[in-house]
Design a protein around this ligand. Structure first.
Ligand code: GDP
Ligand code: ZN
Length: 341
């Protein structure tokens, strides 16, 4: 592990304060809390007052108010609730979000739902082998993080499986992402190696771990706190009304971390939706393309084949890596596909 060096100082990535974290006094009868699970009608809110979790609902009309999202409440939202006589909560106010990660809706491709709100840090988890690092996956997620304003870092697990040639490749990967300001952490959960810097970065933050299956996410979370009860498969839960719903995200508090540390899990979510990103704006979410783009001959340049393209020129001169440019092209193709109805 010593041979791999990192160039980005994660200390420089400071989360903005959470929208619900001011200490404004609340109106009589209201309680402030964090949404830790949401299954459609019922939303679990963890109250700041006493850490109790209250099953809460949104008043009918508000459920539809935010037309951008099929579901106007997300795990990670800060809310005010009023306690009803039966002990349930009625959500009165949703604090403005500092960011939100959408997921592609399963019902219609046009409407999206928020998977998580107010994330301080998203970890993209990969492994050195079984499966190998997938930079296309990373780049697609980085577009989402850039577009939705979410600080992000990469974890490459299973370093114990890496051979000499793998390490050369891993160093290349670390360098590519360091170049655009994304820190990479290497670790081996099996050998309990490299976990401390990850723990340190998580302290006091709301983090989520995201990655393909088999890279060691459950093993990692288990190593961070053996009592965490997180699942990597979709969780079906039974609501008070007896209907079964699927949880797409939930949030837990790991033990042995500073106050305010939360881990969001997104069971069953395999891909981040690039919702609301027009294909002609894709290059805006590749930070290294900002400057070269200003030199394109055509203002509507797609940076794929046009003459006088500053981006293609920057790739030739090595200012933009070939790997990242290839990802741009691949993601461009996926965004270009017309929506099906
Ligand atoms: P998830 O699908 O991402 O949650 O991955 P799991 O945590 O279920 O791990 C997948 C497999 O990788 C399991 O067999 C783990 O024992 C194994 N694994 C996890 N971490 C490591 C590691 O650091 N090194 C090695 N060699 N195997 C690991
Ligand atoms: Zn161009």
């Amino acid at each position: 592990m010593e041979e791999l060096h990192k160039q980005v100082d994660p200390e420089g990535i400071t989360p903005r304060p959470n929208p619900g974290m001011d200490n404004e006094p609340l109106e009589e009868g209201l309680h402030k809390g964090l949404v830790v699970e949401s299954t459609g009608i019922w939303t679990q809110v963890k109250l700041v007052d006493d850490d109790s979790v209250v099953s809460s609902r949104l008043p009918g009309r508000q459920r539809l108010e935010d037309s951008d999202y099929a579901h106007p409440i997300a795990v990670g939202d800060w809310v005010n609730i009023r306690l009803e006589e039966d002990g349930s909560g009625m959500i009165q106010y949703i604090y403005p979000r500092k960011n939100g990660l959408p997921r592609q809706s399963t019902h219609t491709r046009r409407q999206s739902q928020l998977l998580l709100a107010n994330l301080d840090f998203l970890w993209l988890v990969q492994s050195a082998r079984q499966p190998r690092v997938n930079t296309r996956f990373i780049d697609r997620c980085l577009v989402a993080c850039e577009a939705y304003d979410i600080p992000v870092g990469i974890i490459i697990n299973k370093l114990d499986l890496a051979r000499r040639t793998d390490k050369e490749h891993l160093q290349r990967v670390i360098d590519i992402y360091a170049e655009i300001g994304v820190p990479t952490y290497t670790c081996s959960v099996l050998q309990e190696d490299g976990l401390e810097p990850i723990k340190e970065q998580m302290g006091g933050k709301v983090s989520a771990f995201f990655g393909p299956s088999g890279v060691g996410k459950s093993s990692l979370l288990n190593a961070l706190d053996p009592e965490l009860e997180l699942n990597t498969a979709p969780i079906s839960s039974s609501t008070g009304k007896g209907t079964h719903t699927t949880t797409y995200a939930l949030m837990v508090e790991p033990k042995g971390f500073p106050e305010g540390t939360m881990i969001a899990d997104t069971p069953g979510i395999r891909e981040l939706g690039l919702v609301g990103i027009p294909v002609e704006e894709l290059s805006h979410y590749f930070p290294e393309m900002t400057e070269p783009r200003s030199r394109c001959k055509y203002s509507d340049c797609s940076h794929l084949h046009e003459p006088g393209c500053g981006v293609q020129e920057a790739v030739k001169r090595g200012k933009i890596t070939q790997e990242r440019y290839d990802s741009y092209r691949a993601i461009y193709d996926t965004l270009k596909v017309p929506e099906e109805y």
